[in-house]
Design a protein around this ligand. Sequence first.
Ligand SMILES: [Zn+2]
Ligand SMILES: [Zn+2]
Length: 227
Amino acid sequence: MRDQFLNKWLNINHICPLCDLAPANRSGPCKRCEADLPYLLQGCARCALPGIDGVCTACRESPPSFSDVYAGFNYRFPLPQLIHRIKTNRDPEPLYWLSYLLAKSIGQQIDPRSTLVPVPMHSWDQTLRGFNQSELISQRLAKLLRLTHQSQLLRKQQRTPHQASLNRKERTTNLQNCYELNEAIPKQVTLVDDVMTTGTTVERLSALLINAGCDRVDVVVLCRTPR
Ligand SMILES: [Zn+2]
Ligand SMILES: [Zn+2]
């Protein structure tokens, strides 16, 4: 028991968080599991919708206010399970190595003049969970890629039903007037979120920033859901 505790504390005999088997000498998954993760290799040129060559129908018919979406992973096994575990166990640890892999895969695409801004949670929800996963990803990316990070720019004033429980129309209405700007707006912003599903949240925030005078908004997400 004492040895187990010491090993954990010293971070030696670390086991892979995905296969629980292969030994790894650092945090994060073993080389094999890292290579097997569902990296997003092809997606819509605007919204990163997986499997699209060029621009998807939704972006062609109604172009979003943001310019580009950079997504690290397709939201497929084991990502939904990992994200669920992070939220229910209130354990942000996997976000550190996931952010490292995100920086490695899409970091070079982020314009260094852009300021990273996490998608905010309502303060109650953040207190209940203990952290805002988007803020942790944004902080980590800023550190790894030496980018500016402004975590207090956006604020969520109202608690809203979870987006996943609503249809597309309800999602848009759900988010109306629920965000506000707190600070002076940078010329260029890169919004950071954990999972992008329909894109309603980032679209609302991007439109808010553009209307307030921001020149360009891009989006970085850990995972992008398939259609
Ligand atoms: Zn493994
Ligand atoms: Zn698209």
